[in-house]
Design a protein. Structure first.
Ligand code: AMP
Ligand code: MN
Ligand code: MN
Length: 329
């Protein structure tokens, strides 16, 4: 059902002007995949622009050190012949950047989400890759020489989507690609500092407030917690400061599934789901029109009441945990 990198290379050969689009609520793999692919295409002599529909995300600005990624508004007049989405499991994940496609499917999609059904003309999606940046790496390897800037941008995606080489998705290939990128000049310490060591006092205050909402259930295997828009504002934070919260509750001993409910200032609720070994949380997210990976998934509910949604998602997760552990014992 999915296509091959050979087909992608052929299609890139036909294009001259490229638009590379990532997903909203950008994470490290998203930023890495967009920026690296733009760098690779430019190095290969093409014209290329990158877009993530999330203007003013401090995380994005910090990691896109060379200012490669632009907002939708800056690209309305950009004429391209090839659109590529990266790290997006479905079209809605690119948010307002869809305007730039003007109703056409992307020419190429590159992704690693289990829930992706393929929404472009040429689709490469393989959950065996720990990060979309690894697919971009393989394209880069075939098209250009790596340099220190490109190597570090590629390593960012591999490092962040593997939880800095901690998750079960870490295989030999992850280390092999990371080793090559370090050899090409990537600085792992700079990535770690930019991603992990930039917490503000306000974020820590929000974490404290969040911990007051923490509940364990399903014999300690399920951890749930939430932050309301009021809590986020009260701590002096923005929605951008909430992505680290889920990791705090995932790390609790005995917890298999962690779920964080985040109410945005516009009233929608984002649900982040994580698991450690057994439960496929993408299946839970799918039931609420979301998606993702077996160990990290999410869904967003516009205008959903936080309390009701928490009850519903928690019940589905408790059933999933019950089923997973009943079959094991
Ligand atoms: P997050 O919890 O936002 O960090 O997302 C975890 C994973 O779930 C990521 O790999 C996302 O691509 C995926 N994901 C998050 N939100 C959604 C959504 N609304 N629809 C589909 N997939 C999502
Ligand atoms: Mn991502
Ligand atoms: Mn990813």
């Amino acid at each position: 059902m999915f296509d091959t990198l050979d087909q992608v290379i052929d299609r890139i050969g036909e294009g001259k002007r490229f638009l590379v689009i990532g997903h909203i609520r950008p994470d490290g793999d998203d930023i890495s995949s967009v920026a690296s692919l733009v760098m690779i295409l430019r190095k290969a002599g093409k014209t290329a622009e990158g877009c993530i529909a999330d203007a003013g995300s401090p995380f994005l600005e910090r990691l896109d050190r060379n200012g490669i990624i632009k907002d939708v508004d800056a690209l309305h007049d950009y004429a391209y012949d090839t659109a590529i989405t990266v790290d997006a499991s479905e079209l809605v994940r690119i948010g307002d950047a869809a305007e730039l496609l003007e109703g056409r499917p992307p020419d190429i999609t590159l992704d690693h989400h289990k829930s992706n059904l393929g929404f472009g003309k040429i689709n490469v999606c393989d959950p065996a890759y720990a990060a979309t940046a690894m697919i971009v790496y393989e394209l880069g390897e075939r098209l250009v020489d790596f340099d220190p800037d490109l190597a570090e941008m590629l390593l960012l995606g591999i490092a962040t989507d593997t939880g800095f080489f901690r998750y079960a998705s870490v295989d030999e290939r992850v280390f092999a690609y990371a080793a090559r990128l370090v050899r090409e000049g990537a600085n792992m310490g700079r990535i770690t500092e930019a991603v992990l060591e930039h917490r503000t006092l306000n974020e820590i205050r929000l974490t404290t407030a969040m911990l007051d909402t923490l509940r364990l259930s399903a014999d300690g295997r399920l951890a749930t917690a939430y932050v309301t828009a009021e809590m986020i504002e009260g701590a002096g934070c923005t929605d951008d400061d909430t992505s680290g919260l889920i990791g705090e509750i995932r790390s609790i001993a005995g917890v298999e599934v962690a779920i964080m409910f985040i109410e945005s200032s516009e009233g929608s609720v984002h649900v982040s789901l994580r698991s450690k070994q057994t439960v496929d949380v993408s299946e839970i997210a799918l039931q609420f029109n979301g998606g993702g990976h077996a160990r990290a998934a999410g869904c967003s509910c516009a205008g959903g009441k936080l309390g009701n949604l928490m009850k519903e998602v928690t019940a589905v997760a408790q059933n999933a945990i019950g089923a997973a552990f009943a079959t094991r014992s």
